[in-house]
Design a protein around this ligand. Structure first.
Ligand code: SER
Length: 459
């Protein structure tokens, strides 16, 4: 029998706690960040460790691990294929100036080939090819090879794929930001499924970082050893660190030897509950993207609510609102509803809370009624204007940022909903003004509301 997500969690814990690795578990950071001016959510395990990667002493030592719930809301439009999700859990380990490449690659190799028990013939590895400032990572290449990885399964890439910092490649790193070259592990679902040939990338050569979906990135060891100095140059940090992260959902897909993360036990129940509600089959390819968006967004919404977020027009509350509204649109397209309650209740309760009961801070019996009530209220309000808004969009032949703002004001349509409908209905979008003017109008509106509130309440 294939491993469950609980097995994968336990295996990961045992692997890092066992000697000679002897790592200490650190509490995952909160998913929702309250006082961070740079970001609304935790998007990777290393975020809470930045001071320690830069030299501060960590109270639990130099060898750490955890499973970090992450939300990358900026990826919202990527969801719909076999592997992108906004919410995921990152299994991570860190060396704060303790071990470096040799141990990390050895352990990473053993973790995937022995503990997770993936077949070496399906694994590919990537290393940094170097730039003028940073040398090629020959050491990692040789280390993978020393474990018996054939050279044609070790690939070299540049800064776009094999450099990691919170801001991306070295040119995007602001002063004081840390980062480094990385070495990734990919699972190959094989040629037989013809994933590449059936994709829109068929005319190009397939390779591990190809976007067709044949390969899935399941682990990333970042060798954090650089900092951007005030002259805009990369400088060696005073210490050498390892920052590893691998997505639980993707590792589960590799274990199943099935490229669809929505068919793992982390999504299977919610997909089944949606099927019951909309009376359509997930296996029908024409509905798959809608199923995946609903499953991803509802899960993210549940996690946000559990972390104390309420739907609103700003920051985390607005992200939650967008998740719920987009879910409502997708349900509408599939012919189901987020109201009345029975369907919604089982999707949330059996599809999400039951699967995660006891992990991620989820306590099914205590949280159920609040989560269901927040989502159904928000979706219910939006559903009232949805049809009207759609009819209005259909009358248009061109949408600029101001019109998009009007649609938001009158019908509550976040930008991505308008954008998607415009695409489906072949309505032209003014690319230049769409985001820019929408944002300007939104800021003007927020300023006016702030002033009138001040007048009303006299402070
Ligand atoms: N920080 C790296 C990532 O997010 C590895 O943990 O991929």
């Amino acid at each position: 029998m294939s491993k469950t997500h609980t097995d994968l969690r336990n295996d990961f814990k045992d692997f890092w706690e066992e000697s000679p690795r002897s790592h200490k578990h650190i509490k995952p950071a909160s998913l929702v960040l309250k006082n961070d001016p740079t970001t609304l959510f935790t998007g990777s395990g290393m975020q809470q460790l930045v001071p320690y990667l830069m030299g501060e002493k960590h109270p639990q030592g130099k060898k750490l691990y955890n499973i970090q719930p992450c939300l990358r809301s900026q990826d919202i439009m990527e969801v719909g294929d076999n592997r992108h999700t906004t919410f995921f859990e990152m299994m991570g380990n860190w060396s704060l100036n303790d071990y470096f490449k040799e141990e990390q690659i050895n352990w990473c190799f053993n973790y995937f080939t022995k503990t997770v028990d993936l077949n070496l013939k399906n694994l590919h590895f990537t290393v940094f090819e170097g730039t003028n400032d940073v040398p090629e990572d020959k050491e990692s290449f040789d280390l993978w090879k020393s474990h018996g990885v054939p050279e044609n399964h070790i690939h070299k890439y540049g800064v776009d794929h094999n450099w990691w910092s919170r801001y991306g490649s070295p040119t995007h790193m602001p002063e004081g930001e840390i980062g480094g070259p990385d070495s990734e592990v990919f699972y190959d679902f094989g040629e037989n499924l013809n994933i590449h040939e059936k994709s829109k990338y068929a005319a190009t050569q397939c390779h591990p970082n190809c976007q067709c979906g044949r390969f899935l990135e399941i682990g990333n060891s970042v060798f954090i050893q650089y900092i951007k100095n005030k002259n805009g140059k990369l400088e060696e940090l005073s210490q050498k660190n390892v920052d590893y992260g691998g997505g639980l959902e993707r590792i589960a897909a590799a274990v199943n030897n099935n490229p669809d993360v929505f068919e793992t036990d982390l999504y299977r129940e919610i997909v089944m509950e949606i099927e019951k509600n909309v009376k359509k089959k997930y296996s029908d390819e024409k509905y798959q993207s809608q199923f995946r968006i609903i499953a991803d967004h509802l899960k993210a919404a549940v996690l946000l609510i559990i972390n104390g977020v309420e739907p609103s027009n700003k920051e985390q509350g607005y992200v939650l609102r967008r998740f719920i509204r987009r879910t409502a649109v997708k349900m509408h397209q599939l012919g189901g509803g987020l109201t009345p309650l029975p369907g919604l209740e089982s999707i949330i309760d059996r599809g999400i809370l039951r699967v995660y009961d006891g992990v991620l801070g989820i306590d099914r019996s205590k949280q159920r009624s609040n989560v269901i009530s927040v989502i159904s209220k928000e979706a219910g309000k939006f559903s009232k204007t949805l049809d009207k808004g759609l009819r209005e969009i259909e009358k248009l032949d061109f949408i600029d940022g101001k019109t998009a703002f009007d649609l938001y004001q009158s019908f509550g349509f976040p930008l991505e909903i308008t954008e998607e409908f415009a695409m489906v209905k072949n309505i032209k979008i003014d690319d230049e003004s769409f985001y820019k003017d929408f944002t300007i109008e939104l800021q003007k509106h927020q300023e006016t509301s702030r002033k009138s509130a001040k007048k009303r309440f006299g402070h």
